[in-house]
Design a binder for this molecule. Structure first.
Ligand code: MRU
Length: 353
């Protein structure tokens, strides 16, 4: 049996991240021993995927605590708050990052008056807890998501939502790998996910690792596959799901949802409740990250267009809740109307918030 892929390793003195920018060709690890290195690893996508960046940021805070040279509790608190503020500025869309940092901030508040070394110990424990919890959440997402995929022959997925994007086996991809254990004929359409190619580079790598039959396709091939009846379901992850079910996810997700609707194909979203942001009513309130134009003109460093061309490069788009057949959370499967079902799911969630 293939060993589980785990891209985030905490070794007390430092955080080690599997360098995702070099996959699938090279498996190397990046050592982050300062908060700044952790923040940069999130920004430059050494680590990426909503739950994974939340976990990484939490370890960044633990690292700040361990590295602190401050003698006074007030100085220590100031340093940790500075680290949290830096990590908050890394990527704006995935709410898991802010959820994890808020949780670390609350832990800091709880320990007011304790020695710096005690505080460092408890901050580390909280980060490890966040990591472990996400692993468990992925297991539940796999279980519930696989039920929706039972009976499917061909499933299409977008971006990377597997072990590389989380603390466990993934969100949408966990549903696929779980379903594939029962249905050996399950076949996956992995779309390349322009411009950053998370599908081609990372999902194909994970699906191959899990020995699941798949084909890699370019993003513009999916409509034609749907028309030919070669897609039974689509399942994707999420970076932020708001109260009415509007979902921010990797750019291109919205197009897939529109095509799914046109072809009568179920469109599923899978995410832990740490991806819910019920403080926002609709997707219009979600901040969409704009990334470096070179990701479009020079994918993987290879020039395909002149670098001075004007470029539009949003990392995410928002799929309206009405195009989503169901949202799989670790608490179970939510159906429309999402304003009710998501609220209920969050109330039932055991995750510390
Ligand atoms: O820009 P990325 O690679 O961080 O974007 C990742 C995605 O959009 C994923 O679909 C999402 O984070 C869910 S990961 C389980």
């Amino acid at each position: 049996m293939a060993t589980a892929l785990r891209p985030i390793r905490w070794k007390k003195d430092a955080l080690y991240l599997l360098e995702q920018r070099l996959l699938p060709f090279r498996e190397t690890w990046v050592k982050c021993d300062t908060v700044e290195k952790v923040a940069r690893a999130i920004e430059d996508m050494t680590v990426r995927g909503a739950p994974a960046i939340g976990i990484t940021a939490a370890y960044g805070v633990a690292l700040a605590a361990f590295r602190s040279k401050s003698k006074s509790p007030a100085g220590f608190k100031k340093e940790i708050e500075k680290a949290i503020a830096r990590l908050r500025k890394t990527r704006p869309t995935a709410v898991n990052l802010f959820w994890a940092l808020d949780r670390m901030q609350r832990q800091l508040k709880k320990m007011k008056g304790a020695s710096s070394s005690d505080q460092a110990y408890w901050l580390e424990r909280e980060a490890v807890e966040i990591h472990k919890e996400d692993e468990a959440l992925c297991g539940l997402l796999g279980k519930y998501g696989a039920r929706l995929l039972a009976g499917c022959r061909n499933v299409l997925t977008h971006c990377n939502t597997g072990a590389l994007a989380t603390g466990g086996d993934g969100t949408a991809l966990s549903a696929i790998t779980t379903a594939a254990k029962k249905n050996r004929k399950l076949h996956v359409w992995v779309d390349e996910t322009r411009p950053y190619l998370q599908g081609a580079r990372l999902t194909a790598y994970e699906v191959a690792h899990a020995r699941i039959p798949f084909h890699l396709i370019t993003d513009n091939m999916s409509a034609s596959l749907m028309k030919q009846g070669k897609v039974d379901a689509i399942i994707v992850g999420a970076d932020r799901i708001v109260a009415n079910g509007d979902t921010a996810n990797k750019i291109g997700t919205y197009a897939l949802a529109v095509m799914a609707k046109a072809h009568g194909i179920p469109f599923y979203v899978s995410a832990p409740t740490t991806t819910l942001d019920l403080t926002k009513r609709t997707g219009k309130e979600i901040v969409i990250e704009q990334r470096n134009p070179r990701e479009v003109t020079h994918p993987q460093g290879y020039p395909i267009a002149k670098e001075d061309y004007p470029v539009y490069n949003p990392a995410f788009d928002v799929t309206p809740g009405e195009l989503i057949t169901a949202i799989v959370l670790e608490t179970g499967t939510c159906r429309p109307p999402y304003t009710k079902s998501l609220k209920k799911a969050l109330a039932n969630s055991k995750v510390v918030s």
